[in-house]
Design a protein around this ligand. Structure first.
Ligand SMILES: *[C@@H]1O[C@H](CO)[C@@H](O)[C@H](O)[C@H]1NC(C)=O
Ligand SMILES: *[C@@H]1O[C@H](CO)[C@@H](O)[C@H](O)[C@H]1NC(C)=O
Ligand SMILES: *[C@@H]1O[C@H](CO)[C@@H](O)[C@H](O)[C@H]1NC(C)=O
Length: 320
């Protein structure tokens, strides 16, 4: 009884904190950076909804460069996720940046395979004619052909099989909808962990989860949506990452990261990483991804921002 009480007191008392940050790269021309996936070799693949080109950055290089990996014809790029070692699903669409919706009929998922070490092998895996705006992309552990796409405009989760090209609606729930007209975004980031699907809803300012079932290679909602936390009126969540301990680090517009620890502190925000006082301030963060490689990389969180920053956060000092 005493321990949870003490913990909640600590949480209330220490609502914000600072961690060391480092600007890894500023994109040329301030190109908006949207989402990132870390390759097994530690390099980051980075998308932009204002570029047709998938870029790559070596965050450990002395002078990191913004290298071109592949250019997709006439589309721009959003969520990216690794389905099997060095193979990725990626959201491509034609963006209407007034409405922040896809031009109808343009949403597709491409598969990009970098595992050979040679030139990327790229193919259009599936076209999703009814998708309105696919944003975050997640994978399903144990299912190397599946991706789940968050439709932030339609308020639904699409399941796409990268091998068979079969597309279906995996889940639809009021908790995914924005509940407001365009350009408001609903479900944004989504990640599966230990049989639960965790997601953010930007407009509703919520971080939530529900349990999923997996039958015959199909994901379905298997329980009610449970709200785990929210942010205040000026903030909106974008994509997020789990650290090795199970904490959630959520990119939070306009200038911060929000940390949750669902397994310890079931409901409510754990802490907020404040921009002021850090050597690098987040300018509209969009996604967060942990590095790969040695222990230092596993504790380094790479954050992309709308202003084109790639920022490394050393999370080793997190207390709870
Ligand atoms: C890309 O758009 C241009 C101009 O609208 C068009 O001419 C071209 O055929 C398109 N290419 C593809 C691959 O869709
Ligand atoms: C974007 O949406 C606006 C508002 O619905 C519309 O007027 C405009 O034609 C759209 N642009 C494109 C390229 O579809
Ligand atoms: C709400 O968000 C603003 C902007 O990030 C921040 O300055 C403020 O401290 C937040 N308030 C609370 C109660 O978290």
């Amino acid at each position: 009884m005493l321990l949870p009480l003490l913990l909640s007191l600590i949480v209330c008392a220490a609502a914000s904190f600072t961690l060391p940050t480092r600007l890894v790269l500023q994109s040329p021309g301030g190109l908006f950076l949207e989402n990132a996936a870390v390759r097994p070799n530690g390099k980051l693949l980075i998308t932009s909804p204002f570029s047709s080109t998938l870029h790559m950055v070596d965050p450990t290089a002395a002078n990191p460069t913004f290298d071109e990996v592949h250019t997709f014809p006439n589309v721009t790029l959003l969520g990216i996720a690794e389905v099997k070692p060095d193979v990725y699903g990626i959201v491509a669409l034609v963006l209407n940046d007034t409405t922040v919706r896809a031009v109808p009929g343009t949403v597709a998922i491409w598969r990009i395979d970098l595992s050979s070490g040679g030139p990327p092998v790229v193919n259009k895996a599936a076209h999703i004619p009814d998708a309105m705006f696919l944003d975050g992309l997640g994978v399903v552990p144990g299912e190397p052909d599946l991706v789940l796409g968050a439709d932030a405009a339609a308020g639904r989760i699409w399941q796409i099989n990268l091998r068979t090209s079969v597309v279906r609606i995996a889940a639809q729930d009021d908790a995914f909808a924005s509940g407001a007209p365009a350009p408001a975004l609903g479900i944004n980031g989504l990640h599966v962990r230990d049989g639960d699907l965790y997601f953010t809803n930007s407009q509703k300012k919520t971080f939530s989860r529900f349990s999923i079932s997996l039958r015959g290679g199909n994901v379905a909602q298997a329980g009610p949506v449970e709200a785990l936390g929210s942010v205040n009126a000026t903030d909106q969540f974008d994509d997020f990452a789990f650290d090795p301990a199970g904490r959630v680090w959520a990119a939070t517009d306009p200038d911060t990261l929000t940390v949750f620890f669902p397994s310890v502190q079931g409901n409510s925000r754990l802490r907020q990483l404040n921009a002021p006082g850090n050597p690098v301030e987040f300018n509209s963060p969009t996604s967060a991804t942990f590095g790969r490689g040695g222990v230092a990389q596993q504790h380094t969180l790479y954050v992309t921002t709308q202003a084109g920053q790639l920022i490394a956060v050393d999370t080793t000092g997190i207390q709870v």
